[in-house]
Design a protein around this ligand. Structure first.
Ligand SMILES: [Zn+2]
Length: 333
């Protein structure tokens, strides 16, 4: 292994609702036999980074336990140092103790990258990819059944429609911006992609019914719906598209929650379940599945020093993923 520098660059938050500051920090040290030091090559910005920076996790287990706090917790890189072994291998990791460009991770939480996958391709899979893959698996659908993905052109959605299609599901995707809709349509041509601002859920349901030649209200529509946006309108849209006994999978967590109709759960027997990230076993399965089917995340790269510009673009409503690519600038101390 190469000798390690003693300091590194990091983009840190020192308070809620403040921009990130680029600072020099000591390279983190290994303290446990489970620790691995990863040289981060690419790190992807996650929606929970934005929630965390805005103080949305205050009082919850996910809140920063100390300042400074570093964002972009989904990343990929190479092992720089292990507590005991000295083997060098490509790894991906998902952990909250990240320091760009080096991060200490728990070796029980990492997974080897398929050889065909670059760090830039892998980083957005570590949280967004795993989260939507797990949500799809939690629907427990069989090939040929139909899934609705509400928010199909976002960071999770654009991966979700590709996974769902490759799982053999019929895909219905909705979104609200032209960029997101175009991206989704281009990624999975066989899907039904709909602008939710123009087509009412009830009308889309009738269209699906016609396609399936099913005309009874409770029998037409989707077997499951995954809700990715935080709006009540998105939740209601997904619920409307469900068949009776369908499953609504909630992935987003708006501050004030969602309101559901008791009619839907009592008379239509719709199940509402939540889904959060996924296990390490599922992470490895998702990486293999992604490589096997050539699934790609659509991302836009920024240098580490441009993180605040990345965050601004995140808030202006982007589609696909925004990532920090460490190779875009010289970060040597
Ligand atoms: Zn995340």
């Amino acid at each position: 292994m190469l000798p390690l520098p003693t300091t590194m660059k990091a983009q840190v938050l020192t308070a809620y609702n403040e921009p990130y500051t680029l600072v020099d920090m000591p390279v983190p040290e290994l303290t446990s036999p489970y620790d691995l030091l990863i040289k981060v090559e690419a790190a992807s910005y996650c929606h929970t980074d934005a929630v965390c920076a805005a103080g949305g996790f205050q009082g919850h287990a996910n809140a920063p336990t100390q300042w400074p706090h570093i964002g972009c917790h989904e990343f990929a890189g190479t092992v720089a140092q292990a507590f005991e072994s000295n083997s060098e291998m490509d790894l991906v990791a998902h952990d909250f103790r990240i320091g760009d460009r080096y991060a200490v991770v728990d070796l029980r939480q990492v997974a080897p990258l398929p050889t065909s996958m670059s760090a830039k391709e892998a980083a957005p899979l570590m949280c967004a990819g795993l989260t939507i893959y797990a949500a799809l698996r939690n629907c427990e659908l069989q090939p040929g059944q139909r899934i609705a993905i509400i928010g199909c052109g976002g960071g999770l959605g654009h991966l979700g429609i590709q996974f769902a299609h490759r799982m053999g599901l019929k895909v219905v995707g909705t979104d609200t911006s032209k960029g997101a809709l175009d991206l989704a349509q281009q990624l999975v041509k066989q899907s039904t992609i709909v602008d939710a601002t123009k087509v009412k859920a009830e009308d889309l349901l009738q269209e699906i019914g016609k396609e399936d030649t099913v005309f009874e209200r409770g029998q037409m529509g989707c077997d499951a719906a995954i809700i990715l946006p935080e709006s009540q309108a998105a939740f209601d849209y997904g619920m409307c598209l469900l068949k009776d006994r369908g499953t609504c999978v909630v992935v987003s967590f708006p501050r004030n929650g969602f309101t559901f109709s008791t009619q839907d759960v009592v008379f239509r027997h719709v199940s509402i379940i939540g889904s959060l990230v996924g296990s390490n076993r599922l992470l490895r399965e998702m990486l293999t599945f992604t490589a096997k089917h050539g699934i790609k995340s659509t991302s836009k790269s920024f240098a580490l020093s441009q993180l605040n510009e990345l965050v601004e673009q995140h808030h202006s409503g982007v589609y696909g993923k925004l990532i920090v690519d460490m190779s875009l600038e010289d970060l040597s101390p």
